[in-house]
Design a protein around this ligand. Structure first.
Ligand SMILES: Cc1ncc(COP(=O)(O)OP(=O)(O)O)c(N)n1
Ligand SMILES: Cc1ncsc1CCOP(=O)(O)O
Ligand SMILES: [Mg+2]
Length: 617
């Protein structure tokens, strides 16, 4: 008897016997998750089964509530026979009665455990695009998937139509039957924890209605409506009769609607839109159809060196100014912009921020793609994944970070260096000599120019000894001296923004005191987290002490390797490492190394102590 368990998914068997549930012999291979919706979903809280709560829903695990009665009975009489020892608490269990082969000699049909998902598992921001396929790959579903990928969101797709299309224009359209669009929507929305739905080509009234019905059945965090009606080549993609249902039904459900000036004009009965003031009026009129925000895009407005968009939140207008990039490769910009907005919303951004990020992204992509040649027509596609070709991304090296480098993490301090009469360079040299495995320059008082000079000198030392050099807080200094990475705290630039600036090859650390911060660091693309202060410290003022309990809580929640910091020295570092937390990779130390006469000696003895402790464990 028992559960077949793997760390991320579990397949086993489960029987319902009257009002209570009992475990039965495990069957099926660990790690396989069946795609069909389960009949029963319950949460294992570490000691018993309980029904799902709203809180569970916010953990973004897949939750199905098709058989509420079954759930209720599971809660009413928790099965004493179930002791899934290795199933972590807060685990969502999904069961189905649909067995591949009904097992013999059982009076009742057993529930088969389909999957278990820990609430701690990392959510991946998820955008569902409901749009048409562009065979040329520049717009539609293809653009949406690339845009979401570039912005770090997962993108599922419901295809509403298949177009035969290239850089010349649209040669043919095959609309997917409405019932099959409904089936695709059902498949994705019933299973995949979609955060944001983004719409593109919705070819008919029926398709818009099917979408509205599905969204009522499966509500999502946000709906981004790009009212695609006519392609840039002038071909009609949506019957003009859909305009009324767009306005009356879909817009009312939308968080943002993103027409270009031509679309805005059509939505408003072909009113002429020539000026910024016309765009503002159009945004106001479209807002009255019910969306929370409107973005009227002015990229097509002639005779302007700028691409000005109007953002309206019902009260205020924001004029968003961008550069007009001179290129033929603009096919798919609308789809891309809307998908980027959707991705940012899925990641938790506010609407205006999402729009600004999306606009910047499109502008950068156009800039990088302006000389690309794909196809012979007047409208070429652009490169959504241009960043893969940008300098920090193509240096030919794999991201260099290895978690074991956190083992003895030396953090410099300008005041201590002054006190002991040594330069930053001398301090770093000594720490490396003593065996520091990574160095951080934490220079709170230095002038920028002086700091940069010192950082450049330290880079030379670190490079030649193979020890990564990270810069605390100052992304500008890190960029200027080509440091190996940056460490940021909760009030510094976010790790996501730092990643944008540094690229994937650099190391990014984030200070975290809570599981939520650790989760965010992971979402933002950080490489490690620093957690502390573990012990009281006078090096950093007003820094709460977490103690072992706090450190443990954060480590258990973190998907990233952790370095402990705060009041750590030779007498307590061993006890930190002896906590035996698998992702706790080392200790970060300031005063115990640098507020001492001989930095190299202190570093060496702390390292020996750590090595001894860890080799005993
Ligand atoms: C490894 C490591 N962990 C935590 C910190 C603290 O960073 P932060 O929270 O930004 O505080 P300041 O260092 O900026 O005062 C760190 N520097 N390194
Ligand atoms: C930067 C920082 N972040 C949390 S505690 C701390 C200071 C650690 O310094 P020390 O090792 O001297 O206690
Ligand atoms: Mg900081």
């Amino acid at each position: 008897m028992g559960f077949a368990v793997s760390t991320t998914a579990h397949v086993s068997a489960y029987t319902s016997t009257g009002p209570s549930l009992q475990a039965s012999v495990g069957s099926g291979a660990p790690g396989r998750i069946r795609p069909q919706p389960p009949d029963l979903a319950v949460v294992w809280d570490g000691s018993q089964l309980r029904p799902l709560t709203d809180k569970d829903r916010h953990q973004r695990v897949n939750i199905f509530t098709r058989h509420r009665m079954a759930m209720a009975s599971a809660a009413a009489a928790p099965p004493q026979a179930v002791h899934p020892g290795r199933v972590p608490s807060s685990t969502l269990l999904l069961f189905s009665r649909r067995l591949p082969r009904p097992p013999p000699r059982r009076r009742r049909r057993p529930y088969r455990l389909l999957a278990a998902a820990s609430a701690r598992e990392m959510p991946w921001p998820h955008v569902l695009t409901v749009a048409g396929s562009d065979s040329g790959g520049g717009a539609g579903v293809q653009a949406d998937i690339k845009a979401c990928a570039a912005r770090g969101a997962y993108c599922s797709s419901v295809v509403t139509a298949v177009t035969a299309q290239n850089t010349v224009g649209v040669q043919g359209i095959h609309v997917v039957p409405e019932e099959f669009i409904r089936e695709q929507l059902n498949s994705v929305l019933s299973d995949m924890s979609v955060d944001v739905v983004k719409t593109g080509m919705l070819p008919s009234i029926g398709v818009v209605k099917v979408l509205c019905e599905s969204l009522k059945k499966f509500p999502v965090k946000a709906l981004v409506v790009d009212p695609v009606m006519v392609s840039t080549s002038g071909d009609t993609l949506s019957e003009s009769s859909t305009i009324s249902v767009y306005r009356d039904e879909l817009f009312a459900m939308a968080d943002i609607v993103t027409p270009n000036v031509k679309e805005a004009s059509r939505l408003l009965g072909n009113v002429p839109l020539h000026t910024i003031s016309d765009m503002r009026s159009a945004a106001e009129s479209i807002y009255k159809f019910g969306p929370k925000y409107v973005l009227v895009k002015g990229g097509d407005m002639p005779e302007s060196s700028e691409a000005i968009d109007i953002f309206f939140d019902g009260k205020e207008f924001v004029e968003l100014h961008g550069h007009r990039i001179q290129t033929r490769n603009t096919h798919g910009t609308g789809c891309t912009l809307a998908s980027c907005i959707a991705s940012e919303l899925a990641k938790g951004a506010t609407m205006l921020h999402a729009v600004q990020v999306a606009k910047n992204f499109v502008e950068s992509a156009l800039l990088h793609s302006r000389d690309l040649i794909i196809g012979n027509g007047p409208q070429g596609p652009f490169d959504h994944l241009f960043k893969l070709k940008c300098p920090p991304y193509n240096v030919g090296s794999q991201p260099s970070f290895k978690p074991d480098q956190l083992f003895l993490y030396a953090v410099t301090d300008s005041r201590m260096n002054k006190k002991w009469g040594r330069s930053i360079k001398e301090a770093v040299q000594a720490a490396i000599e003593g065996g520091a495995t990574v160095v951080q320059l934490r220079e709170k008082d230095s002038e920028t120019r002086e700091f940069l000079e010192a950082a450049k000198a330290c880079m030379e030392i670190c490079k030649s000894s193979g020890v990564p050099l990270l810069i605390n807080d100052r992304v500008d200094i890190a960029l200027a001296c080509d440091a190996d990475g940056v460490h940021v705290g909760q009030s510094d630039m976010s790790a996501g923004e730092v990643r944008e600036l540094l690229g994937p090859g650099k190391i990014i650390g984030v200070s975290c005191k809570t599981p939520a911060q650790a989760q965010q660091a992971w979402n933002d693309g950080a490489d490690y987290i620093g957690c502390g202060g573990v012990f009281p410290t006078s090096t950093k003022a007003n820094n709460p002490t977490l103690g072992f309990d706090g450190l443990k809580t954060v480590c258990l929640a973190s998907k990233l390797p952790v370095v402990a910091i705060g009041g750590i020295n030779a007498s307590n570092a061993g006890s930190v490492m002896e906590l035996g937390l698998p992702n706790l990779k080392g200790v970060a130390v300031v005063s115990a190394l640098f507020d001492r006469q001989c930095v190299a000696t202190e570093t060496r003895s702390l390292k020996s102590m750590l090595i001894n402790t860890c080799s005993r464990a």
